[in-house]
Structure formats: C-alpha cells, structure tokens
Design a protein around this ligand. Structure first.
Ligand code: HEC
Ligand code: HEC
Length: 185
C-alpha cells in the first residue's frame, strides 16, 4: 500500500510540476492564438481548403463556393483568391476580407486540426517553419502585415486574442524558458 501511495504521490507531484512549468504557461497562450479561427482558418493542411467562421455561421467550416487553394495555395489552378480578396477588408458583413496579399500558409505550417503538442513541435522545426529561429518567429508576428490581419479581420469576425506585440513576447518568454512542449494527451 505504501508503495502504491508513494507512486501516486510522485505522479501528482509530476503533474503539479508540469502544470506550473512557466514554459508551458507561455505556450498555452501561444496555442490559444495559433488555434484561433483567425489564424488556423488559413493554416490548413493538404486538402488546401480554407476554413471560415463567424458570428452568423458559428464554428469553422469549409470555405463556400468550392474554393480550393490547391498546391499554389492561391487557387492558381482554378479560381484565384484575388478574384474576391482585395487588399482591404470589405466593409460589408460577410464581404471578403483582404490584406496586401491573400493566400494560404504553406502545407507544412498546418495548425488547423492539430494538437497543441503538434503545433508546438512544428513552430520550432526550421524544416517546417520557413527556416526560422524562434526569435524570427516572434519578429514575424510582430511585423508581418498578413499576421496583423488576424487582429483587424473586418466586420462580424472575432479578432485573435491578445495583440501582435504580446504574442511576440510570449514566444520570446517561452523560448527563454526552454521552449518546452506539452505531452501528448
Ligand atoms: C468567389 C469569391 C471568393 C474567392 C475566389 C475566395 N474567397 Fe475567401 N472568402 C470570400 C468571402 C465572401 C469571405 C467571407 C465570408 C463571410 O464572412 O461570410 C471569404 C472568407 C475567407 C476566409 C475566412 C477568414 C476567416 O477567418 O473566417 C479565408 C481564410 C479565405 N476566404 C481564404 C481564401 C483563399 C485562400 C482563397 C483562394 C484559394 C479564397 N478565399 C478565395 C470569398 C472568396
Ligand atoms: C490569409 C491567410 C493567413 C492568415 C489569416 C494567417 N496566416 Fe500566418 N501565414 C500565412 C502565410 C502565407 C505564411 C507563410 C509566410 C512566410 O513563410 O513568409 C504564414 C506564416 C506564418 C508564420 C511563420 C511560421 C510558421 O511556421 O507558421 C507565423 C508565425 C504565422 N503565420 C502566424 C500567424 C498568426 C499568429 C495568425 C493569426 C493572428 C496568422 N498567421 C494568420 C498565411 C496566413
């Protein structure tokens, strides 16, 4: 019995240590942003289908009108994204959003449908994050106009949480604390 209790106590202690790991606390805020529809709807995988979501149609679902970005990630094989997505947000509710460029993130940067652990491993893998250091990832969030669209997404769409500067700082703090990833759940 004693041994069982000791084992149990060790497990509880390990769980507490994990929950309090500052790196994991920073990471959970980063994942809250990366998995938010304003980011994940564009960071989709090899079905090449953007997702959309909003006040009037709830949870993210496949982009209407049979849109497929295909391997070009801009729909060059069928209908170009720029047919509807211009350089600015449409001021109308349900009008197409826009930015200086409009295309899906590369397949290897998939966040849609990926677990916290999977995204955590991808974002620090230079083979899958555009060859970036974590400092470069933080600076990308700080400066990239397309990323900033997530905080200025046009009428009827909830902006991503926090601010670009806050998220860049979370990345720096997480990197400074060892860039630990959560265990698989
Ligand atoms: C025929 C017009 C049209 C084309 C072509 C088109 N879109 Fe859209 N897209 C829209 C409209 C309209 C919306 C807004 C829908 C709404 O808010 O109800 C939208 C919304 C989106 C969103 C949603 C953003 C969000 O966070 O909810 C993404 C992402 C997106 N489009 C990506 C793309 C990509 C990538 C392409 C090219 C492969 C593309 N779209 C091609 C009309 C189009
Ligand atoms: C309209 C589509 C679109 C939206 C919306 C979008 N991204 Fe991206 N994202 C891209 C593209 C395209 C790239 C590739 C750019 C590059 O590598 O230079 C990218 C790359 C990135 C990268 C580089 C590293 C990596 O592995 O992903 C980061 C970080 C990033 N996006 C963060 C965000 C965040 C945070 C949001 C939401 C606030 C967001 N993105 C929303 C299209 C999008």
């Amino acid at each position: 019995m004693k041994r069982v209790l000791t084992g149990f106590a060790a497990l509880v202690l390990a769980a507490v240590a994990l929950a309090e790991d500052p790196a994991l606390e920073h990471w959970s805020k980063i994942y809250e942003v990366f998995s938010h529809p304003r980011c994940a709807n564009c960071h989709v995988g090899d079905d090449h289908i953007p997702r959309w979501s909003g006040e009037h149609y709830g949870e993210p679902q496949p982009h209407g009108m049979n849109i497929n970005a295909d391997r070009s990630r801009i729909g060059a094989e069928s209908v170009l994204c720029s047919t509807c997505h211009t350089q600015q947000n449409s001021p109308e509710p349900h009008g197409a959003p826009g930015a200086h460029v409009w295309l899906l993130a590369p397949v290897e940067m998939q966040w849609w449908d990926k677990s916290s652990r999977e995204v955590c491993q991808q974002i620090q893998d230079p083979d899958r994050n555009g060859g970036r250091t974590l400092q470069a990832v933080a600076d990308h969030i700080r400066h990239d106009e397309l990323v900033h669209w997530g905080w200025d997404p046009g009428p009827g769409r909830e902006p991503a949480p926090y601010s670009p500067e806050e998220v860049a700082v979370f990345i720096e703090q997480w990197a400074g604390a060892g860039a630990v990833c959560p265990e698989a759940s």
